[in-house]
Design a protein around this ligand. Structure first.
Ligand SMILES: [Zn+2]
Length: 173
């Protein structure tokens, strides 16, 4: 049937020149998907969704870097690499409780500089910890250091496992 319409109420198919369904007597309504405003709504909604997803992905991709103001206001817990490992060896669970997410100023000896500029390691008497370089300011500072220097690394401890501590660096002194 050319230009046939399908009744949205009873589902019957009838000639396209009729505006009332001859089977159930209800007025013919265009299906939602062929109304102009529905199509516009879908396009706008779709674009909005794409933007939203893009924004969320952008946020996820960003390193978790705090502003200089936030950093300046932070009171860092002063510890040494040995303090951290003594705590870890004594009780890993308690160490996790105390130090994960804590802002610390850790003093130790610079023992390793990653050639890709992704991290450094600082050592105590026995163990060393991984410190991630997150900003170009920190990277520039690292370029001026020498293995064996005693440094204080300020930042946030991100995690602990049986191998040690992992932190993000906010500054080095
Ligand atoms: Zn009908």
């Amino acid at each position: 049937m050319a230009n046939a319409k399908r009744c949205s109420h009873c589902g019957a198919v009838f000639p396209g020149n009729l505006n009332v369904c001859p089977y159930c007597g209800r007025k013919y309504k265009k299906p939602l998907s062929s109304r102009w405003w529905f199509i516009v709504l879908m396009i706008v909604g779709g674009l909005f969704l794409i933007m939203l997803i893009g924004t969320l992905l952008g946020e996820l991709g960003k390193p978790d870097v705090r502003s200089p103001e936030e950093i300046a206001e932070t009171e860092y817990m002063e510890v040494t690499v040995d303090d951290l490992y003594d705590a870890l060896l004594a009780n890993q669970l308690a160490a996790e409780d105390t130090y994960v997410d804590a802002f610390v100023a850790v003093t130790g000896e610079l023992s390793y500089i990653d050639a890709n500029g992704e991290y450094i390691k600082i050592s105590g008497s026995t163990y060393d910890m991984m410190c991630d370089i997150e900003t170009t300011e920190v990277l520039d500072k690292v370029k001026t250091l020498v293995i064996g220097d005693t440094i204080t690394v300020k930042g946030q401890i991100k995690s602990i496992d049986s191998l040690g501590y992992y932190m993000d660096i906010e500054g080095i002194e």
